[in-house]
Design a protein around this ligand. Sequence first.
Ligand code: 4BW
Length: 148
Amino acid sequence: MILLQTLKNSQITDHEILQLMIPQEKVAHVQSNHPLDHALLVLIKSGYTAIPVLDPEYKVQGQVGKAQILDSILGMERIEMDRLHDYSVSDVMTEKVPRMKQDETFGKALMLSINHPFVCIEDEDRSFIGIMTRRSILALIHRHLEKI
Ligand code: 4BW
């Protein structure tokens, strides 16, 4: 209880958030105008279930996952793979993606990670700088627990 209160109230410093964050250049992502076959390729090659969707200026637009893509090409009797090139990411992506600024509290990251596997981190210009994953949040809590 005390630990949770401490974690919730603690301000994530720039230093800490940089340690927790997977930086933008290591995050698999797509753009909303990319064709779905490209997005599926990125998802399969990266091995992730869902990844951020960015615009050309590296602003977060949403997220897209394998399930949404496969659902969009599900015909009555078969998966219609040939339709993959007819759709773009914007046709199936969701704009609902958790996001926060790098100077917000750890409590917010913790709360968002309950329902979301990753949180997009933005700078003061709202440009995408990376993601904080549930794994990195749990790892920080584990480090705090070990110290007690
Ligand atoms: O390729 C992988 N390498 C490693 N080391 N772990 C992986 C990999 N793929 C999955 N995992 C593990 C992680 O523990 O499975 C968890 C769930 O993956 P997900 O959601 O369903 O693809 C992973 O948990 P996590 O590290 O806390 O990551 C949570 C979610 O964040 C992932 C994925 O949607 C996103 N993500 C993580 N790293 C990413 C990424 N998206 C794009 N690029 C990255 N580098």
